[in-house]
Design a protein around this ligand. Sequence first.
Ligand code: M6R
Length: 605
Amino acid sequence: MCGIIGYIGKKHNVTDVLITGLKALEYRGYDSVGIALWNEDMFKLIKSAGKISHLEDKIRKEGNMTSQMGIGHTRWATHGEPNDTNSHPHRVGNVTLVHNGIIENYQELKEELIKKGYHFASDTDTEVIASLLDDIKKNKENYLEILQELTTRLRGSYALGIVFDQDKNHLYALRKDSPLILGIGDKENFIASDIPAIIPYTKQYILLEAGEIARLSEDGIDLFDTSLKPISKKIQQVNWTMEQAEKGGYSHFMLKEIMEEERVLKDTILPFVKDKETLLSKMPDLKKYDQVHIVACGSAMHAGLVGKYLIETYANIPVTVEVASEYRYKKNFYTDHTLVILVSQSGETADTIAALRLAKESKVDTLAIVNVYGSTIARESDQVLYIYAGPEIAVATTKAYTLQVAMLSLVALTMAINHKQMKEEEITMLLEAFQNLPEILGGLLEKQESYFEIAKMLDGSEDVFFLGRGVDYALAMEGSLKLKEISYIHSEAYQAGELKHGTISLIEKNTPVIALVTDEKLAEKTISNIKEVKARGAKVILVTLESLDRDYDFCDQKIVLPVVPPFVQPILVMPPLQLLSFEVARRRGCDIDKPRNLAKSVTVE
Ligand code: M6R
């Protein structure tokens, strides 16, 4: 977690660049924040627990500080509580640095440094890195060699921005397993954890790889490999506009991102679905695989559950879906015909990266479904399918989830074709259904006010249940996560038939139950289960299809979805529920884009 920004140059005010970058990176963590600025003859630290506005107040009190180099950090605490001392940058001797990641051997290094006389003010692993650098510096003068030695001593993940008082013309950066990019300007250069932090200043950047060291000056960037041999790297071009990275007139990023779903669905799926030949030429060849593991975390795992349903139902291939943090430590069964699919918006989720590496060590083929171009999962997987969601800033994923489901649907269709499980007429009909889907989704989003109206039913509720069978259960899990993570209402998703095996005891008068009935084959069964909760006093919000819409006496509110072929139906279910959750959280006054305790990209185990 955590966000890093660094700047060297005279074209812009350093403090402004750092604050702008930190605001763009706040999604990576927002419990404390800090900057270090070159000021006269040393780096001056200004740090604060809480939001960036607190830091801005402190900076204002310091008065005008002219500088031509600085580093900044927004934190998501891993070692020690979020307070001023634990926040970054950390400074020991003449070394000042910011860090994203976790140093696994920090305790052992700390003990060694304590024996050498070092004292530690914070609880962080980062202060240990600063002390270690200070210690290495005692026997070496060349900064590159100092950093090279540092990399041999650290175990774990890190992206580091480092400055030395005696070398005020250079900013150093290095990384392993945590992301870091280098922004290239004209007479100014940047380091950042992610692209939105540099977009206002430059669209050109370099991806720093594990083990590489970057030395930035006002005039350029020198890159070195692990043996300190100078290297040159491809310059990448950002294809996002600043406007895409901002709220675009919406009150919240989450709302903006939900309302973008029609466009991003078009961008992502239309290039694949012109006809069967186009689909097969753009998709990987999946003929070889007779077993699939889908591995992901959170909402991406929920998207995987929909993928499982589709691949098993239509391609007739068994699929397991596992949470990455479990998969990486359990026994997995592979054959030469196993495909491991990793699903991740950020492409930087630590557990999913570990699962990917595990599969690769076992020589199993891997396919990633990722949003962020050039992210670790995208780079390390054998094959990548990008979803084109653009930047997703709200911590709760919405458009990326919808696109993950859509991309997994295309994978399922490809597998069904590759394994000769589908007739030509059905393939043609489904490709047409995919083509029409973005517009139908757009029509659903236009009804946002009606979902906002239904959201009022959850005023004052502290427990909500989501029910569904089959694929509706997979969708219920995501609906429930969306609601609880942003509104802080306790919510559980249950298989409709399972509730009566215990949990139904929690249903009392006016407990809201959101029941999903979008699979015609299972509708009757689920409706019986809904009647069971209604009989115990539940308030029911039914999510169903136009074809199943009746004047039911058991439902208090309804969200009715247009009927599309069952294969693509799941793609339409979540957007209304995302809008419903958004409004529930808004009515409760929650910090929707940055829910408490969460971070957008979980880059620690
Ligand atoms: O970047 P990833 O897709 O790998 O992230 C996975 C989860 O951390 C993420 O989906 C998380 O569950 C979100 N808070 C859901 O809104």
